[in-house]
Design a protein around this ligand. Structure first.
Ligand code: ATP
Ligand code: MG
Length: 567
């Protein structure tokens, strides 16, 4: 490809809306353009990278026994009603109505479609296992689309679904995908961690997330240095170790706290650290008002709370409703004498002489002691894990880091097949529900994640396996006949060897061309300049190194092939 013909509209300025490196560079280097919030066009360079990522994913899916198909994006409401997800999916689902007033979803995921497909056409255990996948756009009306391709509303996903006759079969399919995912992310040259996305102590099905390590990532993970545990903070089980708090309980007192609503206000007012306070949050759990109590510096985890309560619907109560039921508004609530059910986080049990709202506006209690002054329904794990929490496996303090979830594998079991009555006949001729797994990779998010890990102040540094072009040839002066003819000859020779080459034939200053080559991130640059040419040489530079090598022209092709081979 000649640069002069390439559609690659680069930008000088860093676009102001872009907060993350990948978003900035994808815009600046002419890879993507925004059509609407979370909706992008992929320009030719991006499309080349996406195709390469897809090829690696396809190869590994096929190697693991997957078969590619393509399912519709437009999905009838009736299918989603069978699983109850037409309602449960909520506002994240894009919905549309056709001219006959029939309702459809723009597929956010494909469990419903594929379960009905397999149910209709697969009848016997003999036809299992079945691993079916597709690579396709997904639609999710994300509440906060952001960071460019990281959290789009239209994005590309690979989704594979496994169908087995029993749990043992599912274990095998799951293992195949687990291994295939490792191969994929290794081939993509990403630094990543696999974390348990299982709810751990609270039970649930096995699930793992593949998380690319990056400070800008939206996932926060905790892991044990021993390597025996790693989990998303939202999913990590928090273990509480009773270290025997021997602080003497003091007498509970009510204090006047005019206008103090937040923990921060109270910390300033009382001079007591956040860890001495508890906060009381109120929720409607399937319509019943309940309170969740946790240490002032902790974050409540709604997923855990929902599981603990075993409710279907959980949403925060509003101030007016709380005031009517409890006699005080948010910020003045506390577990002492509260007239609704109280669930306290595990570690609250070990707190002494704590401060909390007095269920009376502008009053708080100090020196409250759990067990003596209030007894919750139960002490439960309802908070997000943090650095320093104890490893649930070995008890060592956990480390925390941030990352980008690029892949997610999940044992679904019979959740969907039972809801949709999707059965096959087993060895005994009995109809049994299909045992399923689902396995996703965010293809477009992976492209962005790779940039987060591979860049410098000048631009992108693509790893060889997914670079849009492997080599760029830059004649210093495109008007000089000898430079251009050498560049062209190399261009042809490399192409004959199957190398993907970009020839910068533009009549631009060398500096501009070098800057663009760096910005778009081509791994190897060959510079054809007057000085080296006198000695029948060209310059070869790897994007990730500073040194420039001088290579004899008749050896360049071999040298390049060697670099590509090394990957
Ligand atoms: P997240 O927690 O980031 O919202 P998710 O759990 O909703 O992700 P899955 O439903 O498991 O994601 O989807 C599989 C993969 O699709 C994810 O691992 C991620 O790589 C990708 N993905 C999910 N949502 C988006 C999005 N809005 N934009 C780009 N990629 C996405
Ligand atoms: Mg999501």
């Amino acid at each position: 490809m000649k640069f002069s013909e390439l559609f690659c509209p680069t930008l000088r300025e860093v676009p102001s809306e872009a907060e993350t490196v990948s978003h900035q560079l994808l815009l600046r280097a002419g890879y993507i353009r925004k059509a609407g919030a979370g909706i992008y066009s992929y320009l030719p360079l991006a499309q080349r990278v996406l195709r390469k990522i897809e090829t690696i994913v396809r190869e590994e899916m096929d190697r693991a026994g997957g078969q590619e198909l393509l399912m519709p994006i437009i999905q009838p409401r009736e299918l989603w009603e069978q699983t109850g997800r037409w309602d449960v999916y909520g506002d994240e689902m894009f919905r549309l109505v056709d001219r006959h007033q029939r309702h459809f979803a723009l597929g956010p995921t494909h469990e419903e479609i594929i379960t009905s497909l397999v149910d209709n056409d697969v009848h016997s255990y003999r036809d299992l296992p079945l691993l079916l996948y597709q690579i396709q756009n997904k639609y999710r009306d994300e509440i906060r689309p952001r960071f460019g391709l990281m959290r789009g509303r239209e994005f590309i996903m690979k989704d594979l679904y496994s169908f087995d006759i029993d749990e043992e079969g599912l274990d095998i399919s799951y293992r195949k995908m687990y291994d295939a995912y490792h191969r994929i992310f290794q081939r993509l040259k990403l630094q990543y961690r696999v974390v348990e996305a299982d709810s751990g102590a609270i039970g649930g099905n096995e699930s793992h997330e593949f998380v690319v390590l990056a400070d800008t990532g939206e996932s926060e993970i905790v892991y044990c240095e021993n390597g025996d545990y790693a989990a998303n903070v939202e999913k990590a089980a928090c273990v509480y170790k009773d270290e025997g708090n021997d602080e003497a309980p003091l007498e509970m007192q009510k204090i006047h706290t005019p206008g103090m609503r937040t923990i921060k206000d109270l910390v300033e007012f009382t001079g007591q650290p956040e860890q001495r306070h508890v906060k009381t949050l109120t929720y409607y759990a399937d319509g019943e008002l309940v309170a969740a109590v946790l240490r002032g510096d902790r974050e409540l985890n709604e997923i855990k709370l929902k599981q603990v309560l075993g409710c279907r619907e959980l949403y925060m109560a509003d101030d007016a409703a709380v005031r009517e039921a409890c006699g005080a508004g948010f910020g003045s609530l506390g577990p002492v004498g509260l007239n609704i059910k109280v669930y306290a986080d595990l570690e609250v049990a070990g707190m002494r002489n704590l401060t909390c709202g007095a269920n009376e506006d502008d009053y708080h209690f100090i020196n409250v002691n759990p067990g003596r002054d209030f007894v919750p329904e139960d002490y439960v794990d309802i908070r997000n894990a943090v650095e320093g929490d104890l490893c649930p496996v070995c008890g060592k303090p956990l480390q925390a880091t941030r990352g980008i979830e690029v892949g997610h594998i999940f044992k679904l079991g019979t959740k969907y097949s039972e809801a949709m009555n999707a059965t096959v006949l087993d060895q005994k001729g009995q109809a049994v529900p299909l045992v399923m797994g689902c396995y996703g990779i965010g293809i477009s998010r992976t492209m962005a994640a790779s940039i987060e890990q591979n860049h410098d102040e000048n631009g992108i540094i693509w790893p060889m396996p997914i670079a849009p072009f492997q080599v760029i040839i830059v004649p210093v002066n495109a008007k000089k006949e000898d430079q251009m003819s050498t560049a062209l000859a190399l261009y042809n020779q490399l192409q004959e060897q199957g190398v993907e080459v970009l020839l910068d034939d533009r009549d631009e200053r060398a500096g501009v061309k070098f800057k663009d080559a760096d910005l778009i991130g081509i791994p190897v640059r060959i510079t054809v300049g007057p000085k080296a040419l006198q000695e029948n040489q060209v310059e070869v530079k790897k994007r990730w190194e500073n040194e420039i090598q001088h290579v004899a022209i008749d050896q360049v092709v071999d040298a390049i092939l060697e670099i590509i081979h090394q990957g």
